[in-house]
Design a protein around this ligand. Structure first.
Ligand code: PNS
Length: 159
């Protein structure tokens, strides 16, 4: 079985993430969406909430499963017979960091990274930007799935 992983913090999942996950699902037998905590970011949604939103928004993709992962991505790959990571690349600004991570993962564990160019529709999009825009009253309805929009607005109202 050809299995890949799409890792991220997904706080929250955006249309850009869904685009990459669904395109990867057309290329591979199985896509594991691995939800990590990114220690350099403060999360708006708990891990359980991020998992739920991802599961809801990918439920139409039969070969996609969503998991919470702790520790190193390469260890998860080895334990789950996953030989490659799929990452969306939006712009050159993503490149340096992604390249470093990819080379680290390959040099230490032989895990490949495949970069998928983001659909230009979502090239500017990030979870952080969505949260910032929504926080100040911006309308992000075209940028995230409806259930994410609902939860995001609710969370921001509560704050
Ligand atoms: O959505 P993000 O926050 O940009 O995702 C970053 C993530 C989770 C993909 C990255 O931090 C990662 O791969 N973390 C897993 C832990 C790990 O293996 N770290 C070493 C990377 S060289």
């Amino acid at each position: 079985m050809r299995r890949v992983v799409c890792p991220g913090s997904f706080d929250p999942v955006t249309n850009g993430h869904i685009d990459v996950i669904s395109r990867a699902a057309q290329l591979y037998d199985e896509v594991v969406v691995a939800v990590f905590r990114n220690p350099s970011k403060t999360a708006l949604f708990s891990t359980e909430e991020r998992l739920e939103l991802l599961r809801e928004t990918t439920r139409n993709l039969e070969n996609v499963r969503v998991e919470h992962v702790e520790g190193l991505l390469v260890d998860f790959c080895k334990a789950n017979d996953i030989s490659a990571v799929v990452k969306g690349l939006r712009a050159v600004s993503d490149f340096d960091y992604e390249m470093q991570m990819a080379q680290m993962n390959y040099s230490q564990a032989g895990v490949e990274t495949l970069f998928m160019t983001t659909n230009p529709l979502w090239a500017f999009l990030s979870s952080s930007l969505v949260k910032d825009f929504a926080k100040f009253g911006g309308d992000v309805s075209g940028l995230v799935p409806p259930i994410v929009l609902e939860r995001l607005n609710k969370r921001l109202r509560e704050q």
